[in-house]
Design a binder for this molecule. Sequence first.
Ligand code: PMP
Ligand code: GLU
Length: 416
Amino acid sequence: MSLKKNATMYREVVESQTLLINTQSKLMESQNRDVIKFGFGQSPFLPPKSVIEALRASAHEKAYTSVQGDAVLRERISRFHKEHNGLSVQPENILIASGSKTLLYSILLAFKKADVLIPQPAWVSYAPQAKLTGHHIIKLPTTFESRWRVTAEIIHRAVSQKKHDTTIMIFNYPGNPDGLTYSGEELQSIAEAVGEHNILVISDEIYGLLDHRDRHLSFANYYPQKTITTTGLSKWCGAGGWRLGVALLYDDIPAPFKKVLIGIGSETYSCAPTPVQMAAGEAYRNYESIKPYLARQRSILSSLGQYCYRQLNRANIRLHPPQGGFYLFPDFSLHQEKLRSAGITHSAELCQRILQDTGVALLPASAFGFDDHLLAARLAYVDFEEPGEEVSFDIATHAPKVVTGIRRICEWVEDL
Ligand code: PMP
Ligand code: GLU
C-alpha cells in the first residue's frame, strides 16, 4: 500500500461534532430544507455597537502584538474581572490567543505526560485535545440525579486511576452541555479535594458572564494556588468567529510553565489578530458600561431557557432548569421502551431520527463523553435573532423557531 494512503501514519482525529453539525445545518438550509438549528452553540447576539465600531476602526492595525497580547487589553481584562466578581489576576499573568480553545490546547501541550480529569458530560473538544497532546484521560462520571455535578468524592475516586505525576482537571460552568452551575459550597468542597491531590485546574468559565442570575463565582477565588481560568469574547460578547480567547493564570505560576505557554504561542499562532485585540480592548474597557448589554442577554436567555425546560419537561423528557449559558441536556430515557420499538437504542440514532423526522438538529450525548446508550442530547436554544435592544423581547414573536423546534420534539416523542 502506498504510504500516503496508509491511515495509521496519521493522528486519530476527526472534525469536531460541533463544527460538523454547523456545516450540516447550513447545508440543509442552503438546500431550502426546513431545519431548526439547535446543534451548534453559537451566540445569537451581536457584539455591542461600540465594539463593532472599534473593530472597523482598527482594520489598519496590521502589526503583530506581543505573543501574550496587547498590554492595554490585558490591563483592562484584569480590571474587568476584578469588578465583575473579584477575580484578581495581574496583567502580566494574562494570555490572549485566537480563541480559548487554542489556549486550552496550549496548556495541555505544555505538559509531557499528565492525567487529565474530564467530567462526564463535558464539552466535545476536551477529550480530543487531551488525546492529541498524548495524555491519559480519566473520566469523572456524574449522574442526572446529582444534576451532572462533579463532587469531592468523585475526584478522590478518580485519582486512584492516576498513571503520571501531573494531574490536570478541566472544569466548566455554567456548563456546556448541561447549562448548570455550582454553588459556593460545592466549589469550596471541590477546591479542598483538588488541593489535597495537588491538581492543576483549568476552569473554563467562557459562559461565566452569562450566568442567568449574574451570580457567577470564579473557581480561582476558591483555589487561587493552581487555577487557570479560560474565557474570551465568543459567548458573552457574541463574537465566536472573531476568535479571541483569554487565559487568566495564577499568581504563583512557576516561571518555566509560563515560559512554555508563551513559547508554544510563539511557535504556533504568534498572537491573536491585532484588530480583534483592539476591539476586545473596547469590549473590556469598562465593566459598568457593559452591564445593560449583559443584563439583556441574561434576561432573554433565562426566559427562553425556562420556557424550553417547561415544555420538554411536560412531555416527560427529563432535564434540569438551566442556570447559565444557552444549553439544555434533555434525557429521553423515560421513553426508552417506545424508542427501542422504533429501533432507537443509541443517542446518535436518536439525533439522526429527530433530524430526519422533524428537521431539528441536536448533538448526541455520545459527543459529550457518554457511551452511546445514554438516550440524551444537547440542545442549544440559539436559533433566533436578537430584535435590537430598543425592542422588548417576546418569545413567540422573536424566537419562533425555538418555539417550533421545541414543539416538534415534544410531538415527536408523544407520537412515537
Ligand atoms: N469551552 C466551551 C465550554 C465552549 O462551549 C467553547 C465553544 N465556543 C469553547 C470553550 C471554545 O471557545 P472559543 O471560541 O473561545 O475558542
Ligand atoms: N462551543 C460551541 C459548541 O459547543 C461551538 C464552537 C466550537 O466548538 O468551537 O457548540
